[in-house]
Design a protein around this ligand. Structure first.
Ligand code: MN
Length: 301
């Protein structure tokens, strides 16, 4: 006779798979990125509220005198663009009058919501000097209730991002958004999510626990790790977790740099057309009409 095993509410998080990004493409003439999702991999609602992940792996741009190498004026509506820089320097300005430069360690959290126009380009001094650029842009979807909120802008410098030291001299976690080990992140968000930038030393270990109904994914920016004692992920792998179990144990076999994305899914229909991410086709048509009517504001070149 056997007894039923009670359900372990802190069971290990199951892994849906380890995915690679597609070949790179150029965004404008300044950003050489691989689109991990949604075009490179169709994770759909399994990675919500994150909608898009463009990864600019380390790449050395040639020096230039061109003042705006990158992407010219374009609109966004219905979500937030989050740009993380690890190497190189990116400038931005938008139709609401916000502008900024993000360099190594900095994060730009831009809320397009009801609509902005903006430009994204290599910062002038970096462009003249040239050299390595390493960055990512993540689109964070907004729920229907906030898609038409006022645009916003959070320029978050490295010094504003709390660092949590990991036990056993394993490295540290930068809490960009959300919470880790009780430490709250730097960014304000509309829905519950966390974005954690992790440096693990060789033989270092980090633990995470997210409620099973929340989504989670781990990008290996550099290094070699083993997850929950069995699944290996290495440089440029993206690990998508299932909505089963909670605990994630990451052990590094060499110095590793990781980005953990986690959040409550937004359980609403998603319709994307280029730079617009809305709930319905009608809202997409309206976005195009509003853009053509000049309702996204004006840019000074
Ligand atoms: Mn943009």
């Amino acid at each position: 006779m056997t007894t039923a095993t009670p359900i372990d509410t802190r069971a290990e998080r199951q892994i849906a798979g380890v995915f690679r990004g597609p070949g790179f493409h150029w965004v404008g003439d300044g950003f050489r990125v691989s689109n991990y999702f949604p075009s490179g991999n169709n994770f759909g609602h399994r990675i919500s509220p994150f909608f898009l992940f463009d990864y600019h792996a380390p790449y050395s741009h040639a020096p230039t005198d061109q003042p705006d190498r990158g992407v010219g004026s374009h609109p966004h509506r219905g979500f937030e663009t989050v740009t993380l820089a690890w190497e190189g320097s990116v400038a931005h300005h938008d139709s609401t009058g916000n502008s900024g430069v993000i360099g190594p360690g900095d994060v730009q959290w831009m809320t397009a919501a009801s609509g902005i126009l903006h430009k994204e380009y290599h910062e002038a001094e970096y462009a003249r000097r040239g050299g390595p650029m390493h960055m990512a842009q993540i689109w964070v979807n907004l729920p229907k209730a906030h898609k038409m909120a006022a645009p916003g802008y959070q320029g978050i410098v490295d010094a504003d991002i709390p660092r949590v030291a990991l036990a056993g001299d394993s490295g540290y976690v930068r809490v960009i958004a959300g919470e880790y080990a009780g430490v709250k992140g730097a960014a304000r968000t509309f829905t519950k999510l966390s974005m954690l930038d992790i440096q693990l030393k060789a033989n270092g270990r980090a633990e995470f626990a997210f409620p099973a109904h929340e989504n989670a994914g781990l990008m290996v920016l550099n290094g070699h790790v083993t997850i929950n004692g069995h699944t290996v992920a290495k440089t440029h792998d993206f690990v998508l977790f299932e909505n089963a179990g909670e605990q994630i144990v990451v052990e590094a076999s060499e110095d590793s740099h990781l980005l953990m994305l986690n959040g409550e899914p937004i359980n609403e229909p998603v319709v994307q057309y280029g730079p617009f991410v809305m709930n319905t086709e009608q809202e997409i048509r309206q976005a195009i009409l509003d853009f053509n009517a000049g309702k996204f504001g004006h840019m000074e070149d």
